[in-house]
Design a protein around this ligand. Sequence first.
Ligand SMILES: Nc1ncnc2c1ncn2[C@@H]1O[C@H](COP(=O)(O)OP(=O)(O)OP(=O)(O)O)[C@@H](O)[C@H]1O
Ligand SMILES: [Mg+2]
Length: 341
Amino acid sequence: MFGWNIDLGLDIGSSVTRIYQRGVGIVLAEPTAVAFSSDGQELLAVGSEANSMVEQSAGDTRVVFPVRFGVIADHLAAAQMVKEMIRRAIGRPMLLMPRVVAALTTAATPVERAALRSAVQSAGARGVRLVDRTLAAAIGGSPVAPADHGARLIVSIGGGITEYGVVSQGRLVWGRNLRFGGHDLDEAIRKMMRNRYGVTLAPATAEQMKFQVGAVVASMARSRLLIGGGEVYGELFRNLKITLDGIPDLLGRALSPVINDIGWALAEASAEQRAEVKSNGILLVGGTALLQGIPQIMRERLGVPVVRAREPAHAVALGLGTILQDPTKLSRDGHRYGGAT
Ligand SMILES: Nc1ncnc2c1ncn2[C@@H]1O[C@H](COP(=O)(O)OP(=O)(O)OP(=O)(O)O)[C@@H](O)[C@H]1O
Ligand SMILES: [Mg+2]
Protein backbone atom coordinates (compact mmCIF):
# COMPACT_ATOMS: atom_id res chain seq x y z
CA MET A 1 0.00 0.00 0.00
CA PHE A 2 3.00 2.31 -0.03
CA GLY A 3 2.84 4.96 -2.77
CA TRP A 4 4.06 2.70 -5.57
CA ASN A 5 0.84 1.58 -6.98
CA ILE A 6 -1.59 4.16 -8.16
CA ASP A 7 -5.02 2.69 -8.77
CA LEU A 8 -7.60 4.73 -10.60
CA GLY A 9 -11.28 4.51 -11.44
CA LEU A 10 -12.13 6.07 -14.76
CA ASP A 11 -15.55 7.11 -16.06
CA ILE A 12 -15.26 8.68 -19.48
CA GLY A 13 -18.74 10.17 -19.97
CA SER A 14 -20.25 11.88 -23.00
CA SER A 15 -20.08 15.19 -21.11
CA VAL A 16 -17.77 14.71 -18.15
CA THR A 17 -14.75 12.53 -17.41
CA ARG A 18 -14.23 11.61 -13.78
CA ILE A 19 -11.18 10.06 -12.16
CA TYR A 20 -11.22 8.44 -8.73
CA GLN A 21 -7.89 7.76 -7.08
CA ARG A 22 -7.90 4.91 -4.58
CA GLY A 23 -7.41 6.22 -1.08
CA VAL A 24 -7.95 9.83 -2.18
CA GLY A 25 -11.39 10.25 -3.80
CA ILE A 26 -12.53 12.01 -6.96
CA VAL A 27 -9.45 13.84 -8.20
CA LEU A 28 -10.80 15.08 -11.53
CA ALA A 29 -14.24 15.87 -13.00
CA GLU A 30 -13.98 17.87 -16.20
CA PRO A 31 -15.59 18.08 -19.63
CA THR A 32 -14.70 15.22 -21.96
CA ALA A 33 -12.87 17.48 -24.37
CA VAL A 34 -9.39 17.83 -25.82
CA ALA A 35 -7.91 20.60 -27.95
CA PHE A 36 -5.22 20.07 -30.57
CA SER A 37 -3.34 22.43 -32.82
CA SER A 38 -5.02 22.54 -36.22
CA ASP A 39 -2.36 20.26 -37.75
CA GLY A 40 -3.16 17.77 -34.97
CA GLN A 41 0.48 17.61 -33.89
CA GLU A 42 0.21 19.22 -30.49
CA LEU A 43 -2.16 18.65 -27.57
CA LEU A 44 -3.04 22.12 -26.30
CA ALA A 45 -5.53 21.50 -23.51
CA VAL A 46 -7.96 19.02 -21.95
CA GLY A 47 -11.14 19.34 -19.90
CA SER A 48 -12.60 22.76 -19.06
CA GLU A 49 -9.78 24.58 -20.75
CA ALA A 50 -10.28 22.67 -24.00
CA ASN A 51 -14.04 23.14 -23.77
CA SER A 52 -13.67 26.90 -23.45
CA MET A 53 -11.56 26.98 -26.60
CA VAL A 54 -14.56 26.03 -28.76
CA GLU A 55 -15.77 29.59 -29.07
CA GLN A 56 -12.47 31.38 -29.24
CA SER A 57 -10.83 28.98 -31.68
CA ALA A 58 -9.74 30.95 -34.71
CA GLY A 59 -8.79 28.15 -37.03
CA ASP A 60 -5.55 27.35 -35.23
CA THR A 61 -7.14 24.94 -32.75
CA ARG A 62 -9.35 21.92 -33.13
CA VAL A 63 -11.48 20.89 -30.15
CA VAL A 64 -12.53 17.25 -30.11
CA PHE A 65 -15.28 15.67 -27.98
CA PRO A 66 -14.16 12.06 -28.26
CA VAL A 67 -17.20 10.39 -26.66
CA ARG A 68 -20.64 10.30 -28.26
CA PHE A 69 -23.67 8.62 -26.73
CA GLY A 70 -21.49 7.16 -23.98
CA VAL A 71 -19.17 5.42 -26.44
CA ILE A 72 -15.67 6.29 -27.64
CA ALA A 73 -15.98 7.76 -31.11
CA ASP A 74 -12.42 9.08 -31.58
CA HIS A 75 -9.98 6.56 -30.22
CA LEU A 76 -6.74 8.49 -30.62
CA ALA A 77 -8.14 11.70 -29.15
CA ALA A 78 -9.70 9.81 -26.23
CA ALA A 79 -6.42 8.08 -25.39
CA GLN A 80 -4.45 11.31 -25.49
CA MET A 81 -7.06 13.13 -23.43
CA VAL A 82 -7.14 10.41 -20.76
CA LYS A 83 -3.35 10.25 -20.59
CA GLU A 84 -3.12 14.00 -19.99
CA MET A 85 -5.99 13.97 -17.48
CA ILE A 86 -4.32 11.19 -15.49
CA ARG A 87 -1.05 13.10 -15.52
CA ARG A 88 -2.78 16.21 -14.21
CA ALA A 89 -4.87 14.37 -11.66
CA ILE A 90 -1.89 12.60 -10.13
CA GLY A 91 0.21 15.75 -10.26
CA ARG A 92 3.52 14.02 -9.63
CA PRO A 93 5.77 11.67 -11.57
CA MET A 94 4.61 8.07 -11.42
CA LEU A 95 7.09 5.26 -10.88
CA LEU A 96 4.62 2.75 -12.24
CA MET A 97 1.79 3.42 -14.63
CA PRO A 98 -1.60 3.22 -12.89
CA ARG A 99 -3.90 0.27 -12.79
CA VAL A 100 -7.35 1.28 -13.94
CA VAL A 101 -10.92 0.13 -13.41
CA ALA A 102 -12.96 1.78 -16.17
CA ALA A 103 -16.74 2.10 -16.47
CA LEU A 104 -18.20 0.53 -19.59
CA THR A 105 -21.52 1.54 -21.14
CA THR A 106 -24.31 -0.83 -20.16
CA ALA A 107 -25.20 -3.24 -22.97
CA ALA A 108 -22.04 -2.24 -24.84
CA THR A 109 -21.25 -4.20 -27.99
CA PRO A 110 -18.01 -6.23 -28.13
CA VAL A 111 -16.57 -3.54 -30.41
CA GLU A 112 -17.41 -0.80 -27.88
CA ARG A 113 -15.90 -2.87 -25.09
CA ALA A 114 -12.68 -3.37 -27.07
CA ALA A 115 -12.55 0.33 -27.95
CA LEU A 116 -12.67 1.38 -24.30
CA ARG A 117 -10.07 -1.16 -23.23
CA SER A 118 -7.72 -0.17 -25.98
CA ALA A 119 -8.14 3.59 -25.39
CA VAL A 120 -7.34 3.17 -21.68
CA GLN A 121 -4.34 0.98 -22.51
CA SER A 122 -3.09 3.51 -25.05
CA ALA A 123 -3.38 6.17 -22.35
CA GLY A 124 -0.68 4.25 -20.47
CA ALA A 125 -2.61 2.10 -17.99
CA ARG A 126 -0.70 -0.94 -16.78
CA GLY A 127 -3.77 -3.07 -16.26
CA VAL A 128 -7.37 -2.42 -17.22
CA ARG A 129 -10.53 -3.94 -15.82
CA LEU A 130 -13.94 -3.00 -17.10
CA VAL A 131 -17.08 -2.74 -15.01
CA ASP A 132 -20.60 -2.23 -16.24
CA ARG A 133 -21.62 1.37 -15.57
CA THR A 134 -25.06 0.51 -14.16
CA LEU A 135 -23.44 -1.85 -11.66
CA ALA A 136 -20.90 0.83 -10.68
CA ALA A 137 -23.75 3.33 -10.23
CA ALA A 138 -25.64 0.88 -8.00
CA ILE A 139 -22.54 0.51 -5.83
CA GLY A 140 -21.75 4.23 -5.65
CA GLY A 141 -25.32 5.47 -5.42
CA SER A 142 -26.29 4.06 -2.05
CA PRO A 143 -24.46 3.36 1.19
CA VAL A 144 -25.66 -0.23 1.62
CA ALA A 145 -23.20 -2.92 0.47
CA PRO A 146 -24.26 -3.97 -3.05
CA ALA A 147 -24.38 -7.66 -2.20
CA ASP A 148 -27.02 -6.95 0.44
CA HIS A 149 -29.52 -5.36 -1.94
CA GLY A 150 -32.41 -7.22 -3.52
CA ALA A 151 -33.39 -6.40 -7.12
CA ARG A 152 -33.49 -2.67 -7.82
CA LEU A 153 -33.79 -0.80 -11.06
CA ILE A 154 -30.91 1.60 -11.52
CA VAL A 155 -31.55 4.46 -13.95
CA SER A 156 -28.71 6.74 -15.01
CA ILE A 157 -29.52 9.79 -17.12
CA GLY A 158 -26.27 11.42 -18.18
CA GLY A 159 -25.41 13.93 -20.86
CA GLY A 160 -25.59 11.78 -23.98
CA ILE A 161 -26.98 8.46 -22.91
CA THR A 162 -29.44 6.88 -20.51
CA GLU A 163 -28.44 3.53 -19.07
CA TYR A 164 -30.63 1.39 -16.89
CA GLY A 165 -30.92 -2.13 -15.61
CA VAL A 166 -31.74 -4.40 -12.73
CA VAL A 167 -29.02 -5.02 -10.15
CA SER A 168 -29.61 -7.70 -7.56
CA GLN A 169 -27.17 -8.81 -4.85
CA GLY A 170 -24.23 -7.15 -6.54
CA ARG A 171 -25.01 -8.55 -9.99
CA LEU A 172 -26.30 -6.86 -13.12
CA VAL A 173 -29.23 -9.03 -14.18
CA TRP A 174 -29.97 -7.13 -17.40
CA GLY A 175 -29.30 -3.67 -18.73
CA ARG A 176 -30.09 -1.44 -21.68
CA ASN A 177 -29.10 1.92 -22.98
CA LEU A 178 -30.74 4.52 -25.13
CA ARG A 179 -29.39 7.58 -26.82
CA PHE A 180 -31.00 10.21 -24.69
CA GLY A 181 -29.51 12.58 -22.14
CA GLY A 182 -29.26 16.12 -20.86
CA HIS A 183 -27.98 17.15 -24.25
CA ASP A 184 -31.39 16.36 -25.74
CA LEU A 185 -33.06 18.55 -23.11
CA ASP A 186 -30.79 21.40 -24.18
CA GLU A 187 -31.83 20.75 -27.78
CA ALA A 188 -35.51 20.84 -26.81
CA ILE A 189 -34.97 24.29 -25.28
CA ARG A 190 -33.13 25.50 -28.39
CA LYS A 191 -35.93 24.30 -30.64
CA MET A 192 -38.58 25.97 -28.52
CA MET A 193 -36.64 29.26 -28.49
CA ARG A 194 -36.28 29.12 -32.26
CA ASN A 195 -39.95 28.47 -32.82
CA ARG A 196 -41.28 30.88 -30.28
CA TYR A 197 -38.85 33.78 -30.40
CA GLY A 198 -36.88 33.21 -33.58
CA VAL A 199 -33.53 33.15 -31.75
CA THR A 200 -30.89 30.48 -32.13
CA LEU A 201 -29.14 29.80 -28.84
CA ALA A 202 -25.67 28.39 -28.43
CA PRO A 203 -25.96 24.92 -26.87
CA ALA A 204 -24.20 26.17 -23.72
CA THR A 205 -26.78 28.96 -23.33
CA ALA A 206 -29.64 26.48 -23.52
CA GLU A 207 -27.87 24.38 -20.90
CA GLN A 208 -27.60 27.43 -18.63
CA MET A 209 -31.36 27.99 -18.98
CA LYS A 210 -31.94 24.37 -18.01
CA PHE A 211 -29.81 24.82 -14.88
CA GLN A 212 -31.65 28.02 -14.06
CA VAL A 213 -35.07 26.38 -14.32
CA GLY A 214 -33.78 23.34 -12.44
CA ALA A 215 -36.92 21.19 -12.72
CA VAL A 216 -39.10 19.14 -15.04
CA VAL A 217 -42.28 20.03 -13.14
CA ALA A 218 -43.52 23.63 -13.13
CA SER A 219 -44.26 23.78 -9.40
CA MET A 220 -40.66 22.86 -8.58
CA ALA A 221 -38.95 25.32 -10.91
CA ARG A 222 -36.22 27.33 -9.26
CA SER A 223 -36.69 30.41 -11.41
CA ARG A 224 -39.37 31.80 -13.70
CA LEU A 225 -37.26 34.81 -14.40
CA LEU A 226 -38.17 36.98 -17.29
CA ILE A 227 -35.12 37.27 -19.44
CA GLY A 228 -34.72 40.51 -21.25
CA GLY A 229 -32.89 43.75 -21.57
CA GLY A 230 -29.68 41.98 -22.46
CA GLU A 231 -28.76 41.47 -18.84
CA VAL A 232 -28.93 37.77 -18.40
CA TYR A 233 -27.87 36.15 -21.62
CA GLY A 234 -26.23 39.05 -23.35
CA GLU A 235 -26.82 40.85 -26.57
CA LEU A 236 -29.07 38.17 -28.05
CA PHE A 237 -31.90 39.04 -25.70
CA ARG A 238 -31.56 42.81 -25.66
CA ASN A 239 -34.95 43.42 -27.16
CA LEU A 240 -36.76 40.29 -26.06
CA LYS A 241 -38.84 39.53 -23.03
CA ILE A 242 -38.61 35.81 -22.48
CA THR A 243 -40.29 33.82 -19.77
CA LEU A 244 -38.95 30.50 -18.56
CA ASP A 245 -42.48 29.45 -17.60
CA GLY A 246 -43.00 26.78 -20.24
CA ILE A 247 -39.59 25.16 -19.86
CA PRO A 248 -40.18 22.69 -17.00
CA ASP A 249 -43.15 21.11 -18.80
CA LEU A 250 -41.17 21.06 -22.01
CA LEU A 251 -38.38 19.14 -20.24
CA GLY A 252 -40.90 16.80 -18.62
CA ARG A 253 -42.36 15.99 -22.04
CA ALA A 254 -38.90 15.50 -23.52
CA LEU A 255 -38.22 12.83 -20.87
CA SER A 256 -41.29 10.83 -21.89
CA PRO A 257 -39.53 8.48 -24.33
CA VAL A 258 -37.11 7.43 -21.59
CA ILE A 259 -39.85 6.74 -19.09
CA ASN A 260 -41.83 4.81 -21.72
CA ASP A 261 -38.78 2.74 -22.58
CA ILE A 262 -38.26 1.84 -18.92
CA GLY A 263 -41.95 0.96 -18.63
CA TRP A 264 -41.74 -1.42 -21.59
CA ALA A 265 -38.60 -3.06 -20.22
CA LEU A 266 -40.29 -3.58 -16.86
CA ALA A 267 -43.31 -5.06 -18.58
CA GLU A 268 -41.02 -7.58 -20.27
CA ALA A 269 -39.31 -8.62 -17.02
CA SER A 270 -40.50 -11.67 -15.12
CA ALA A 271 -43.39 -11.18 -12.69
CA GLU A 272 -41.08 -11.98 -9.79
CA GLN A 273 -38.52 -9.43 -10.82
CA ARG A 274 -41.18 -6.81 -11.41
CA ALA A 275 -42.58 -7.38 -7.95
CA GLU A 276 -39.14 -7.12 -6.38
CA VAL A 277 -38.37 -3.90 -8.23
CA LYS A 278 -41.74 -2.48 -7.19
CA SER A 279 -40.91 -3.09 -3.58
CA ASN A 280 -37.20 -2.09 -3.67
CA GLY A 281 -37.71 0.79 -6.05
CA ILE A 282 -35.68 2.72 -8.59
CA LEU A 283 -32.35 4.41 -7.85
CA LEU A 284 -31.88 7.48 -10.02
CA VAL A 285 -28.36 8.72 -10.86
CA GLY A 286 -26.54 10.79 -13.51
CA GLY A 287 -26.05 14.54 -13.92
CA THR A 288 -29.51 15.03 -15.42
CA ALA A 289 -31.03 13.58 -12.24
CA LEU A 290 -30.08 16.89 -10.59
CA LEU A 291 -33.24 18.33 -12.15
CA GLN A 292 -36.04 18.36 -9.58
CA GLY A 293 -39.19 16.40 -10.26
CA ILE A 294 -37.86 13.44 -12.25
CA PRO A 295 -38.49 10.99 -9.36
CA GLN A 296 -42.05 12.32 -9.08
CA ILE A 297 -42.94 11.86 -12.75
CA MET A 298 -41.27 8.46 -12.88
CA ARG A 299 -43.18 7.30 -9.82
CA GLU A 300 -46.44 8.56 -11.29
CA ARG A 301 -45.95 6.91 -14.66
CA LEU A 302 -44.33 3.64 -13.58
CA GLY A 303 -45.95 3.05 -10.22
CA VAL A 304 -42.58 2.33 -8.62
CA PRO A 305 -40.97 4.28 -5.75
CA VAL A 306 -37.96 6.30 -6.86
CA VAL A 307 -35.04 7.62 -4.85
CA ARG A 308 -32.34 9.88 -6.10
CA ALA A 309 -28.74 9.10 -5.14
CA ARG A 310 -27.17 11.58 -2.75
CA GLU A 311 -24.59 12.56 -5.33
CA PRO A 312 -26.25 11.50 -8.56
CA ALA A 313 -23.63 12.89 -10.94
CA HIS A 314 -20.75 11.21 -9.11
CA ALA A 315 -22.42 7.85 -8.40
CA VAL A 316 -20.47 5.90 -11.03
CA ALA A 317 -17.10 7.37 -9.99
CA LEU A 318 -17.85 6.71 -6.31
CA GLY A 319 -18.79 3.13 -7.20
CA LEU A 320 -15.47 2.74 -8.99
CA GLY A 321 -13.82 3.96 -5.78
CA THR A 322 -15.49 1.15 -3.82
CA ILE A 323 -14.48 -1.42 -6.43
CA LEU A 324 -10.86 -0.22 -6.23
CA GLN A 325 -10.77 -1.32 -2.61
CA ASP A 326 -10.93 -4.92 -3.80
CA PRO A 327 -10.98 -5.38 -7.58
CA THR A 328 -10.64 -9.16 -7.17
CA LYS A 329 -14.34 -9.20 -6.22
CA LEU A 330 -15.20 -8.02 -9.73
CA SER A 331 -16.17 -10.77 -12.16
CA ARG A 332 -14.34 -11.01 -15.48
CA ASP A 333 -17.29 -9.77 -17.47
CA GLY A 334 -17.66 -6.78 -15.13
CA HIS A 335 -21.27 -7.67 -14.32
CA ARG A 336 -20.87 -8.80 -10.74
CA TYR A 337 -19.13 -7.44 -7.66
CA GLY A 338 -18.93 -9.67 -4.61
CA GLY A 339 -22.08 -11.52 -3.58
CA ALA A 340 -23.09 -14.98 -4.73
CA THR A 341 -21.50 -16.47 -7.84
N1 LIG B 1 -27.52 20.96 -11.84
C1 LIG B 1 -27.90 20.40 -12.98
N2 LIG B 1 -29.18 20.46 -13.40
C2 LIG B 1 -29.57 19.90 -14.54
N3 LIG B 1 -28.76 19.19 -15.36
C3 LIG B 1 -27.48 19.09 -14.98
C4 LIG B 1 -26.97 19.67 -13.80
N4 LIG B 1 -25.65 19.39 -13.71
C5 LIG B 1 -25.35 18.67 -14.80
N5 LIG B 1 -26.44 18.50 -15.58
C6 LIG B 1 -26.52 17.82 -16.87
O1 LIG B 1 -26.04 16.53 -16.72
C7 LIG B 1 -25.45 16.08 -17.93
C8 LIG B 1 -24.12 15.45 -17.62
O2 LIG B 1 -24.37 14.38 -16.77
P1 LIG B 1 -23.23 13.33 -16.42
O3 LIG B 1 -22.09 14.03 -15.81
O4 LIG B 1 -23.87 12.22 -15.67
O5 LIG B 1 -22.91 12.88 -17.89
P2 LIG B 1 -21.82 11.93 -18.50
O6 LIG B 1 -21.53 10.82 -17.56
O7 LIG B 1 -20.69 12.72 -19.01
O8 LIG B 1 -22.61 11.46 -19.77
P3 LIG B 1 -23.13 10.02 -20.22
O9 LIG B 1 -23.34 9.22 -18.97
O10 LIG B 1 -24.37 10.35 -20.96
O11 LIG B 1 -22.04 9.49 -21.09
C9 LIG B 1 -25.33 17.30 -18.83
O12 LIG B 1 -26.32 17.23 -19.83
C10 LIG B 1 -25.60 18.46 -17.89
O13 LIG B 1 -26.25 19.53 -18.54
MG1 LIG C 1 -22.21 8.94 -17.19
